[in-house]
Write a protein that binds this ligand. Sequence first.
Ligand code: ADP
Ligand code: MG
Length: 733
Amino acid sequence: MVTLGSPVRSVVGEKTAKELSSRLGVHTVEDLLRHYPRRYYERGELTDLSGLRPGEQVTVQATVASVSGKWVEAKPGTGRRKPLHKLEVVVTDGRAKLRLTFFNNQWLQSRLPPGTEALFAGKVDAFRGRLQLTNPEVNAAEDSDSFAGVLKPIYPATAKLASWSVGRAVSTVLDMAGAVPDPLPEALRKRLDLLPLAEALRLVHRPQSWADVHAAHQRLRFDEAFLLQVVLARRRAESSALPATPRIPRDGGLLDAFDDRLPFTLTGGQQAVAREVAADLATEHPMQRLLQGEVGSGKTVVALRAMLAVVDTGGQAVLLAPTEVLAQQHHRSVTELLGPLAERGLLGGSDLGTRVALLTGSQGTAARRQALLDTACGDAGIVIGTHALIQDAVEFFDLGLVVVDEQHRFGVEQRDALRAKAVVPPHVLVMTATPIPRTVAMTVFGDLDVSTLTELPAGRAPITTHVVPVGEKPHFLDRAWDRIREEVGEGHQAYVVCPRIGLDTVEEEPVIERGGLWLVPDLVEEPALRPAVAVMDIAPMLAEGPLAGLRVEMLHGRLPPDTKDDVMRRFGSGEVDVLVATTVVEVGVDVPNASTMVVLDAERFGISQLHQLRGRVGRGSAPGLCLLVSDAASGSPSRKRLEAVAGSVDGFELSRIDLETRREGDVLGASQSGRRSSLRLLSVIRDEEVIATARAEAVRLVANDPHLFASAVLREAVDTLLADERSDYLEKA
Ligand code: ADP
Ligand code: MG
């Protein structure tokens, strides 16, 4: 008997089954029911042929305009001995035309008289500058029994398995839709006016009207959002039920001493967030908080205060940075901010104080051993290092707080791994300078509380951003270099950012482990005609040419770690005027005296990435200037993105624009692929309302019934989703 779990080969032929499972991930009958159409064609609705792109696998609906067949004689020397029949069919959508070429398919000629409307599936190729399909699959209206309805479902298909073949396979199992157990509690389903699952599955495959499609999608989309939100709500309920040590700073203790020596007053936003964090730390359950803040809004000091509250109660705090450059910089700035408070046990150190340990991959064995010892025995109240390192090698004496800086991906598993290093689960604060649109926050970080810093400290000079269109005005580039000379002449410093490291390779700077999110590197919208400019080319060129006489240095990911640290330190102390760098300076680098940034080939960076980059200037009292140099043509999508960046310094607005200009798959990124595969119809970009409703319902459900006793189906669906995510993680690890 065929059940939902039966392999697809029990319902379709061997070849089809193999193609379904190897190329489309459809292994079981249930998978087949869940293989939803990508779109639908109405009878008479023709595909816009002008939108086709070479290389795409397409299914188009078009009308035959002309047909002509001829025999081509065998050519001596080609190895072909028989004559070949070549059939040329030109199809049209009423405006554009597309040529179809069929070889040895002469029987088709009679079936495609001019005026026939049919579906054609194949890979678009360009032949002598014209787009065409070679030997496409054909499905003429009269021989399609699978499209009895008014709407033809178009399925995700492969080169070997056309959409309508997939449709036929689906048809064989469609009457089993009723057997798919419905995870939604009946009362909830009715209240939200959603279709029963069986009905939704039938309608998504065989709709009679657009209203059917809409109703089916509504139900199926809600399921996707709801399941995910139940997982997140349970996770959050579970972790907030864990015990943690309350961390309430002592009166007159380390935190007070720090506040006394702080050279500035906290902004209103910083104070508000500090109160939220302090309240979390004071409870007997672990804090699970995401702090998102505009670039330069001063997240570090908020985190440092939380760390000091923990140290004040005898615990330790760890600060994890995504790169060595950033870890080292944090170590320098935290040590500086603490002053004598970081020198406990040393001459002149304060007795209230503590010690700050740095752990990086590049440090010498002796320094490393000392840092590990200080961490293990608790002498170091604050430990700073790169994620990778700390997760592997380190023992803590009493880990009370984990702060994760500038990284999106800090999943449950990583939290679990760190928890294992603590006697009692630590409090967790995750920080990101990339403002996250609400839907993404709800989807990816739905198990965290969110604090937001939008305000910049007062006295910050504004950043001005201009696009420098070297395509149209090449001489503007010289002006950019002049600006740098002027700024340096006034005692300031500058960055020149390039997309690429070296001459010898097209390798780009590896993207910092941000776990994708929507911050994957650029969308390649327009094919690049030349390799991007490289640090190793530009630095000597500038040093000998337009910036001769200035102290120019390079910084990129392939330098030895101690060289990187040395360059950063000298730039920080003003011994270097101009830093020619890759995106290693993208996050977190804080040199207030740097006032100018020139980004070369700026169109190769993403919107949020550019916003991050320019956040490196205008951090002091001098106004920041950011020049986005690009030869992207006026009016092109790339140019528009650059203009968006030049037009706004609001990270939230830019991240929304960024999100809108990206495709869905990029949004959740690689590390979220388990999650992504569970999202077929739901769009993090478009479905904000569905996600918000699902979230509210999930929270309510989990609050009343944390173990989901009321619905075994839901419980099972949630467990499956969790198992997928876990195995995904394990595969990567
Ligand atoms: P980000 O939020 O981008 O990580 P940082 O924490 O690096 O920003 O802070 C940027 C700079 O602003 C640092 O030099 C920091 O010392 C300074 N800063 C932080 N808070 C304030 C404040 N309230 N007033 C003045 N300067 C501040
Ligand atoms: Mg920072």
